[in-house]
Design a protein around this ligand. Structure first.
Ligand code: FAD
Length: 517
C-alpha cells in the first residue's frame, strides 16, 4: 500500500455532480494548501453526460437543459448554448387500433403556454390559469427553502414556502386533482410532465414535474458542440485551478475510523487520505459496498434503514439514429423540443406496473416514447434520438455478458419495435433513411454509471424518497457527503455547489436549496 499526499477533498465519480463538486471546491480554496482530487473509473469525465461518434454522426446521451446561466457564471464556464426553436413539445396521442392520432402542440414560454391552453380549452380556462399560476408560485418558493433548516428557519419556511409545505407529501396526481381540470387532453399534457420524471403521476412527488415544467418552459437549450464539450470545459477549468484528476481509477472503499471519514481505498489497493470525501456514485453502492451498512448503523440507525429502503429510478433504452440527407426532418416539425408518442390514458402507469415487476410493459397497444432531433437545433449530420422509459435492468446484463449474439438480437428486436412506432406516427418511411443505429440498453447504463440497477435518474422522486424524506446529503459519517438526489444536469450542477456550501457552512448559498447570484 502506498500512502499518497493528504487531500482537502476527494470526490468519487467524474460525472456532472462530481465535476461541479470538484470545481466548486477549487473555486473556493487555495488548491496548493487544500488540494482537491477527482477520481473517475472511466477514461473520461462526464458520466451519463457524453457524446459519441458513429460513422461521422455525433450523438449525445443528454438532450436538453433549462436555462442554467447563473450556475455557469458561478462556475466560470463559457459555453455556446442554442435554444430549441419551435414548439417546446408535441404530444402525439395515438390509437393503435385505428391508427388515428391527435397532435397537441405546446409552445415555449410560461405565459404563451398558459394563454394557448386557456384559449384552446375555454371550459377549463380558469382551472388551467389557477393551476399554472399556483404551480409557478410554488416553484419560485424553492428559492426560499433551506437545505438543513434550524428550528427558527423551519418557522420561516412555513411562512415563506406555504405552497411547498402544503404539497410536499402530495403526488402529482393528488396535487393536480385539486384544480378540478376536467378536459382529458389537458390531463394528458400535464401527465407528460410527470412522466419526464420517469415516474407515473400517481407516484411522483408533485414538486418535481412542477419544477421541470417551469424551468423548461422558460427555455430548453443544447450545447452547440455536443454535451461532451460541456463536461470537458468544467474539467479544464478544474485543472486550471490546480485540481487533480485521476482517470481509469476505481474507488473500492471509503475509509472510516471512529465515525470520521479518512479517505478512500482504490481498487489497486492504494489509499488516499482526506478529511472530506464526496461520493457521487449510486448511493446504495457507496453506502453499502464502499462504507458498509454496519458502520452506518452504529452511528445512525435511521439513516442505515433509509439506505436500505431507497428506491432508485428506472433504467432506459435509447436509440441514436443517423439518417441520410433525403429526409426533410424540418418539414415534419422536428425542429422542436420533445415529440412524445403515447397511447395516452393510464399507459405510463401500466408500463410502470410492469417495470416494478422487472418486466418490459411495452406492447403494440401500450407505448410511450420521446423523439428528439438534435441536429435541427445544433447542426451536424441529421440525427434522431428515441428515449424510452421505464425499462428495468431485467436480464440485460446477464445476456450481454453470457450471450452477446442473443443480446444483440434482443436489443435490435426492441429497437425495431420502437422504430415501427416512430415510422407509423411521426416519420413515414424512416427505416429507408437510416444509416446508423446505435442502441443503448439498461446494461449500457449499468456499466457506465456503476449503478447496479442502471438507474438513469438517481433516486426516484417518490413522495417518501424525495424532499424532506430523501436520503440526506450529509451522511452520519463526519466529513462524508453524497449529493445525489435530483435528476438532470441542472440538479447535478446545483448539488455540487450545494455540498460545498454545506462544507463551508453556507459561504456560497447561505444554506439555501437554490443558488441565487
Ligand atoms: C440517456 C440519458 C439521457 C438523459 N437526458 C437528460 C437530459 O436531456 N437533460 C438532463 O438534464 N438530464 C438528462 N439525463 C440525466 C443526467 O444525465 C444525469 O442526471 C446526470 O448526468 C447524472 O450525473 P452524476 O454525476 O450524478 O452521475 P453519473 O453521470 O452516473 O456519474 C457518476 C460517475 O461516477 C463514476 N463512478 C462510479 N463508480 C465509481 C467508482 N467506484 N470509482 C470511480 N468512479 C466511479 C462513473 O463512471 C460516472 O462517471 C439523461 C440521462 C441519460 C442516461
Amino acid at each position: 500500500m502506498t500512502e499518497e499526499k493528504k487531500y482537502g477533498l476527494i470526490v468519487i465519480g467524474g460525472g456532472m455532480t462530481g465535476l461541479s463538486t470538484a470545481l466548486t471546491w477549487a473555486l473556493n480554496h487555495d488548491t496548493k494548501k487544500d488540494p482537491v482530487l477527482l477520481i473517475e473509473k472511466e477514461p473520461k469525465t462526464g458520466g451519463y453526460v457524453t457524446s459519441y461518434e458513429r460513422e461521422g454522426f455525433l450523438f449525445d446521451t443528454c438532450q436538453m437543459i433549462p436555462n442554467i446561466s447563473d450556475i455557469l457564471d458561478y462556475l466560470g464556464i463559457e459555453i455556446e448554448l442554442k435554444k430549441f426553436k419551435g414548439y417546446y413539445m408535441r404530444i402525439f396521442i395515438v390509437d393503435p387500433k385505428t391508427g388515428e392520432k391527435k397532435v397537441l402542440e405546446l409552445p415555449s414560454g410560461v405565459e404563451t403556454f398558459k394563454k394557448q391552453l386557456m384559449e384552446q380549452y375555454p371550459n377549463n380556462a380558469k382551472q388551467i390559469e389557477d393551476f399554472l399560476d399556483y404551480s409557478r408560485a410554488m416553484y419560485l418558493e424553492l428559492y426560499n427553502l433551506k437545505v438543513e433548516p434550524t428550528v427558527s428557519e423551519i418557522f420561516k419556511t412555513l411562512r415563506k414556502c406555504p405552497k411547498i409545505v402544503k404539497n410536499s407529501s402530495k403526488t402529482f396526481k393528488e396535487y393536480f386533482e385539486k384544480f378540478e381540470i376536467t378536459e382529458q387532453e389537458v390531463k394528458e399534457i400535464f401527465n407528460v410532465f410527470a412522466e419526464f420524471s420517469a415516474l407515473p403521476s400517481e407516484e411522483v412527488s408533485a414538486i418535481v414535474p412542477i419544477s421541470a415544467m417551469n424551468s423548461l418552459l422558460d427555455g430548453a437549450f443544447r450545447p452547440t458542440k455536443g454535451f461532451i464539450e460541456f463536461t470537458k470545459k468544467i474539467e479544464d477549468r478544474f485543472k486550471s485551478l490546480g485540481g487533480d484528476l485521476l482517470l481509469n481509477t476505481k474507488v473500492d472503499k471509503i475509509l472510516v475510523e471512529e465515525g470520521k471519514v479518512q479517505g478512500i481505498k482504490l481498487k489497486n489497493g492504494n489509499e488516499i487520505y482526506s478529511d472530506y470525501v464526496v461520493t457521487t456514485c449510486d448511493p446504495k453502492v457507496a453506502m453499502i459496498d464502499m462504507v458498509g451498512l454496519d458502520i452506518i448503523r452504529e452511528l445512525n440507525k435511521k439513516y442505515a434503514k433509509k439506505v436500505e429502503e431507497v428506491k432508485m429510478s428506472c433504467s432506459s433504452m435509447n436509440l441514436s439514429i443517423g439518417v441520410d440527407d433525403d429526409i426533410d426532418l424540418e418539414a415534419l416539425g422536428l425542429d422542436c423540443g420533445y415529440n412524445v408518442i403515447t397511447t395516452g390514458g393510464d399507459s405510463y402507469d401500466r408500463l410502470f406496473d410492469a417495470y416494478e415487476k422487472g418486466e418490459i410493459g411495452f406492447n403494440n397497444n401500450r407505448f410511450h416514447l420521446g423523439v428528439i432531433c438534435p441536429s435541427l437545433t445544433t447542426g451536424g449530420k441529421p440525427n434522431l434520438t428515441v428515449r424510452i422509459t421505464p425499462v428495468p435492468l431485467g436480464n440485460w446484463l446477464e445476456l450481454r455478458e453470457k450471450d452477446t449474439e442473443e443480446y444483440k438480437k434482443e436489443k435490435l428486436r426492441w429497437a425495431e419495435f420502437f422504430i415501427d412506432k416512430v415510422e407509423k406516427y411521426l416519420i413515414p418511411d424512416l427505416r429507408k433513411h437510416i444509416k446508423v443505429l446505435d442502441i443503448s440498453t439498461p446494461a449500457t447504463y449499468a456499466r457506465y454509471s456503476g449503478s447496479p440497477t442502471g438507474s438513469v435518474y438517481d433516486m426516484a422522486p417518490y413522495t417518501n424518497n424525495f424532499g424532506r424524506t430523501r436520503l440526506k446529503m450529509r451522511t452520519p459519517i463526519e466529513g462524508l457527503f453524497q449529493p445525489k438526489f435530483v435528476h438532470g444536469v441542472f440538479g447535478c450542477l446545483l448539488a455540487g455547489i450545494q455540498v460545498n456550501d454545506m462544507i463551508l457552512d453556507g459561504k456560497i448559498m447561505n444554506g439555501y436549496a437554490r443558488y441565487k447570484p
